[in-house]
Design a protein around this ligand. Structure first.
Ligand code: MG
Length: 272
């Protein structure tokens, strides 16, 4: 199995795109995740840290895509995908801190399978959609739950800085055609809280990519979050959240409080 990512070498103080060959425990420098031609000698994986490898122009979320999660919110099963936009400033990589903004009420984790777009596409059929998918990675669709309920639409609740951890690297779609087998698990402080398979989605990955592409142009690096299963819950400061896709790896992030140096917007939530 091999993966596409971006890696930091702490001793050499260099960062580079890499093809991670898990069997040989080596990472080959490559031109980019979109052009994975090898450009140099490999590094021992043990000497490297994965970092954020993708800069999306937009992040599209799918709401209510697992029956178990729809039930947990007493909502109705949607007849077509429910989509929302999450601001691109939310993106962070493995081990980066999730900043919990003050005064927004409850903030939840949502472990998800993320789809990374490979090339520009519009109005693609479901049959051809996977040709435009670079691959899959782990994501956490952090949500200010009280604001989501208060607003009725979701932009504000989904868009605070650091609210979209992704990584640690990308499983290329072309080497893993059986995307339905992807197995997602979320752990909070090492306790298992969510578990599902991609085959339990109400709308499949190719269907979602096709559906979104009929609305907006998708660009290389754009991310589609495919929805969360049941088991979402609140975060507090100094929590460790791990989103694991068995076939890919584990995305680990910790939460921190907003401090004077790191200012995000604050809002009153009195009537939330
Ligand atoms: Mg979500």
């Amino acid at each position: 199995m091999h993966f596409l990512g971006r890696f930091f070498h702490p001793r050499k103080k260099i960062e580079f795109f890499g093809l991670y060959d898990q069997d040989d425990n080596l990472v080959y420098p490559i031109e980019s995740i979109f052009y994975p031609n090898k450009t140099g000698n490999p590094y021992n994986f043990n000497h490297l840290h994965p970092v954020l490898c993708v800069e999306p122009t937009k992040i599209i979320g799918i709401g209510k895509n697992y029956k178990s999660h729809v039930k947990e919110f007493n909502a109705e099963i949607p007849s077509e995908p429910v989509i929302f936009l999450k601001a691109s400033n939310t993106i962070i990589g493995p081990e980066e801190k999730i900043i919990l903004p003050n005064d927004v009420g409850q903030i939840d984790y949502e472990g998800e399978i993320a789809v990374v777009i490979k090339k520009e596409v519009e109005k693609i059929s479901e049959e051809k959609a996977l040709d435009y998918v670079l691959g899959y990675t782990c994501a956490n669709d952090i949500t200010a739950r009280d604001l989501q309920k208060k607003d009725g639409q979701w932009t504000r609740s989904k868009s605070f800085r650091t609210f979209c951890p992704v990584g640690p690297w990308i499983l290329p779609a072309d080497i893993y055609p059986k995307y339905q087998n992807l197995t997602l698990k979320t752990y909070v402080n090492d306790k298992p809280v969510q578990s599902t398979k991609a085959s339990s989605m109400i709308f499949s990955i190719p269907y979602i990519v096709s559906f979104v592409s009929r609305i907006m142009t998708l660009y290389p690096g754009d991310i589609i979050l495919t929805g969360t299963p049941s088991g979402v819950g609140p975060l507090k400061s100094n929590y460790k959240i791990a989103v694991e896709i068995e076939e890919i790896g584990t995305l680990i992030n910790r939460t921190g409080s907003e401090t004077k140096g790191i200012k995000t917007q604050t809002f009153a939530t009195k009537d939330a």
